[in-house]
Design a protein around this ligand. Structure first.
Ligand code: NOJ
Length: 538
């Protein structure tokens, strides 16, 4: 690839705005809070994290049934997060520091309080009626049109008595699905995309793009057998008709053309694939370079802590995308348990960070991962997430990964002067930014070192990636290479030393969890327990 884009070379940091920094003491994070913390993210020096972009989970007005993933006005800012002026200031201040802004666009559905849906409810002849998916019931109206279920529980069809039809909602009943087969709806969406591009945003994270189109005949999904990992009826269905329709790729190509009307903008799609997470479907959304710029590969989220399972994902993803499409990786987000909790120890979190930040592809880093935030324990009565409320105790919901950012050991971890909307995680006096800031051995310092190293070394931010096969299990070794340089990354996934084979040559340590920079190693070497090592061939 000759002409590189910022979103290929850079690192993206995801902010869950409710939980990042609260400037006005109402217990909910806000845009001003983010502005105040921009220097932490990137002040142009290696004392800051050095990220290149932030993705903000939704900040549009919303009744917050699903915390912003139910939008009631696509062109404005939710009052609890700030004003349009605050947002403009955020864009200016972020850009001044070289930080790009990605908005989360939720276009599969809106809020049931959106004026479009309110109008659609007024009658079967309403102007916006067919912007949504309505259908008569079966059995004389008493039964839903088919067997589709909502991802958050119950039927995907809600009966509307005044107009005597069902409407489709793939998530909550307060989140009616749009009909993307309707050209007028599509144009309305492109106009929203243009609205934000015109205001200087650098791109979008697109919510559940593989849900946009549904089967035009509304056929029943096939249902699989009950099993221990498929206890929810929703998980037993094969979602071939209510999502993952091949026609969706055409819509993605159109979307790409709209985004590309402005230079250097990007769109990354959430193509949710449940465990075990083969990235084949996300790869399709790149449409050979004519679809989305990036489409999330969530497969790492489902890997057990063993070198082999990560190696298989990397090989598969590289094979699916080939040299011309650009991969991406992520270890956590606002819907999944935190990586630090999944992997169990800080040593492993260091190895995982080294992997995330040295692979070929854009790394997406979830807020708080850089200091090792763990899943919070949320008492039942403070639970907020609708998924958790519905499935507790079978499923803890997503609140544990959304607790307030831990800035310091002060009250409420320095997140707010008020009462936080979700309880702060109990480990905040030990796990916080202030404590790790000046400590060169901290997890935060390790992230800073890795991100700045990635920036400095072309082989790391743009080079090719080749796995270096090993005879022992438990280690992952790969080589990143640019025209000039070769960098080898060696990771030990067990708490025991392991010998690894390196490609021939002499090496210099660029960064490591266990040894000083600049030591020379030759040929083969023994990794210490839980060691991550990045070497450059001299
Ligand atoms: C995926 C988002 O990541 C999740 O948080 C949300 O609940 C659903 N889409 C519905 O919009």
């Amino acid at each position: 690839m000759s002409d590189r884009e910022w979103w290929q070379d850079g690192v993206v940091y995801q902010i869950y705005p409710r939980s990042f920094a609260d400037s006005n003491g109402d217990g909910v994070g806000d845009l001003r809070g983010i502005i105040e913390r921009l220097d932490y993210l990137n002040d142009g020096t290696e004392q800051s994290l050095g990220v290149d972009a932030i993705w903000l989970s939704p900040i549009n007005p919303s009744p917050m049934f699903d915390f912003g993933y139910d939008v009631s006005d696509y062109r404005s800012i939710a009052a609890e997060f700030g004003t349009v002026e605050d947002f403009e200031e955020l864009v200016t201040e972020a850009h001044r520091r070289g930080i790009r802004i990605l908005l989360d666009l939720v276009m599969n559905h809106c809020s049931s309080e959106h004026p479009w849906f309110r109008e659609a409810l007024t009658s079967r002849e309403a102007e916006k009626r067919d912007w949504f998916i309505w259908h008569d019931g079966n059995e004389g109206g008493t039964e839903p049109p088919n067997n589709w279920l909502a991802a958050f529980g119950g039927r995907a069809w809600e009966w509307h008595e005044p107009t005597r039809q069902y409407y489709l909602h793939s998530f909550l009943k307060e989140q009616p699905d749009f009909d993307w087969r309707n050209p007028a709806l599509k144009q309305a969406m492109w106009s929203i995309v243009r609205h934000w591009l015109d205001r200087g945003v650098d791109g979008f994270r697109l919510d559940v793009v593989n849900w946009f189109l549904k089967d035009d005949e509304l056929r029943d999904n096939p249902v699989g057998p009950l099993s221990l990992d498929r206890l929810r009826p929703y998980d037993r269905q094969h979602h071939v008709y209510d999502r993952n329709r091949p026609e969706t790729i055409g819509v993605m190509k159109e979307l790409r053309r709209v985004v590309d009307e402005h230079p250097h903008r990007m769109a990354v799609g959430e193509v949710f694939v449940p465990a075990p997470g083969d990235p084949e479907l996300p790869a399709q959304y790149y449409a050979d370079g004519e679809g989305l710029h990036l489409s999330f590969n969530f497969a790492f989220l489902y890997c057990n802590w063993d070198a082999g399972s990560f190696a298989r994902v990397i090989d598969r993803w590289e094979e699916l995308l080939g040299p011309d499409l650009w991969p991406n990786y992520t270890l956590s987000n606002h819907d999944q348990p935190r990586a630090r909790s999944r992997y169990g120890t800080e040593e492993r979190a260091r190895v995982a960070a080294a992997m995330l930040l040295t692979l070929r592809g854009t790394p997406f880093l979830y807020y708080g991962e850089e200091i090792g935030m763990t899943n919070g324990r949320i008492p039942r009565w403070r639970m907020q997430d609708p998924l958790g409320k519905r499935y507790w105790p079978l499923h803890p919901g997503r609140d544990p990964a959304r607790t307030p950012m831990q800035w310091s050991a002060e009250q409420h971890a320095g997140f707010t002067r008020g009462r936080p909307w979700l309880p702060v995680n109990g480990d905040y006096d030990a796990v916080n930014v202030e404590r790790q800031d000046g400590d060169p051995k901290s997890l935060l310092a390790w992230h800073r070192r890795l991100i700045h190293l990635r920036k400095r070394e072309p082989a790391l931010h743009r080079g090719g990636c080749r796995r270096v096969p090993q005879t022992v299990a438990d280690v992952l070794v790969y080589e990143r290479s640019s025209e000039r340089d070769r960098i080898v990354v060696a990771l030990d996934f067990v708490s025991e030393p392991r010998r690894v084979k390196l490609p021939e040559g002499e090496y210099r340590v660029l960064a490591g969890t266990h040894r000083a920079a600049d030591a020379i190693e030759i040929g083969s070497l023994e990794l210490a327990a839980d060691e991550a090592l990045i070497l450059k061939r001299s």
